[in-house]
Design a protein around this ligand. Structure first.
Ligand SMILES: [Fe+2]
Length: 350
């Protein structure tokens, strides 16, 4: 198993370098399932403004955020503010989920200007910058898998109301003033999981380390200790200047006949000497249209749809929806054995 971190893949001169970029993408996606992209075309100034809005949003009073609550995760009505407990040891993170304005229900969860100035405009501007990057990556993955180049174009069209691609702002609480040597063993900022998206683009606040991936395990947990996933080795995936972190999700593993790997990842607690400040991240979770048949060109696995997929994935509580029957069965066993983690109060913002 490789212990190297994810490669940095340069997207510059994309049209002329397509073949070379495709080879690099496929090499990363078929092994560790994670990679960084640079020269992606999204202005740093826009990313910085989105982070500023992210910070402004989460630092509003709790009663203001509570005006725009999230809806049902299992029903895939992912919108608005939520405090979620997909962390071990009762830690929580706050999230805010947005979709393209074609989803009329967004109107209920955009914060009013007086509550969070420029939130809506900046968030939409940021979201609009993302699909061109996704299109380029998905076109090369389509070729690498064995489909025609534009196979995913309509399937991932964010202006289609049947498409549930979303942007999620996250804030993990600050631990300033707390001694990192007192962390309980096995407690993480977010527990090990695989993504339910086709692909995820992740932006992380500078200096905020902690993302780790389990390379080479095909999304399979190798054991369970006290109800937590364990894998034999975690590989650091720190933020890199000018780069976006990208990973393959479960449906793309499925859609590629198991060729592309949706691997476990987590955000661990800071180690002594690392920043204890709040961690901010922004994830663009690329989903296919709800009822498109998901099946690889080799038809290795039976066809499914995103709707059917989420029924299983929701029950699996973060575990891999690995289409290989043996892995799927093992993960199901582990997932259902997990204790429910109670949300506790979020530490006061520093
Ligand atoms: Fe994830």
């Amino acid at each position: 198993m490789s212990t190297d971190g994810p490669p940095i893949i340069d997207l510059s001169n994309f049209e002329e370098r397509k073949e070379e970029i495709k080879d690099e993408l496929m090499k990363a996606a078929t092994t560790i399932g994670f990679f960084y992209i640079t020269n992606h075309g999204i202005p740093q100034e826009l990313i910085d403004r989105a982070f500023a809005i992210n910070d402004r949003y989460f630092n509003q009073p709790a009663e203001v955020k509570a005006k725009y609550p999230s809806t049902d995760w299992a029903a895939v009505k992912l919108l608005g503010y939520e405090v979620n407990s997909m962390s071990e040891g009762g830690l929580v993170r706050e999230s805010c989920i947005q979709k393209f304005p074609v989803h009329k229900e967004m109107e209920k969860v955009w914060p009013r200007e007086e509550d969070c100035p420029n939130f809506k405009d900046t968030t939409i501007e940021f979201m609009e910058a993302l699909p061109p990057v996704v299109d380029r990556l998905m076109s090369l993955f389509a070729l690498g898998i064995g489909f025609r180049e534009d196979y995913f174009k309509d399937i991932t069209d964010v202006n289609n109301v049947e498409n549930n691609t979303f942007l999620q702002y996250h804030k993990y609480p600050s631990w300033e003033g707390v001694d990192p040597s007192t962390w309980e063993q096995g407690v993480n900022r977010i527990t090990a999981h695989t993504d339910e998206s086709l692909m995820t683009l992740l932006f992380t606040s500078p200096g905020s380390v902690g993302l780790e991936l389990a390379a080479g395990k095909d999304g399979q947990a190798v054991g369970s200790e006290n109800g937590h996933y364990t894998v034999d080795k975690w590989t650091d995936c720190p933020p890199k200047p000018g780069c976006i972190t990208v990973n393959v999700g479960d449906p793309l593993q499925f859609w590629s006949d198991g060729l592309l790997k949706s691997n476990y990842h987590r955000v661990r607690m800071p180690k002594p000497g690392e920043s204890l400040a709040a961690r901010y991240s922004m994830g663009w979770f690329v989903w296919p249209k709800d009822n498109v048949l998901i099946q690889g060109p080799q038809k290795k696995y039976p066809p499914t749809t995103m709707t059917e997929f989420m029924k299983v994935k929701g029950a699996l509580y973060g575990a891999s929806f690995n289409p290989d029957p043996e892995v799927y069965k093992a993960n199901q066993h582990i997932a259902f054995g997990l204790p429910q983690v109670a949300a506790t109060a979020i530490p006061a913002a520093s």
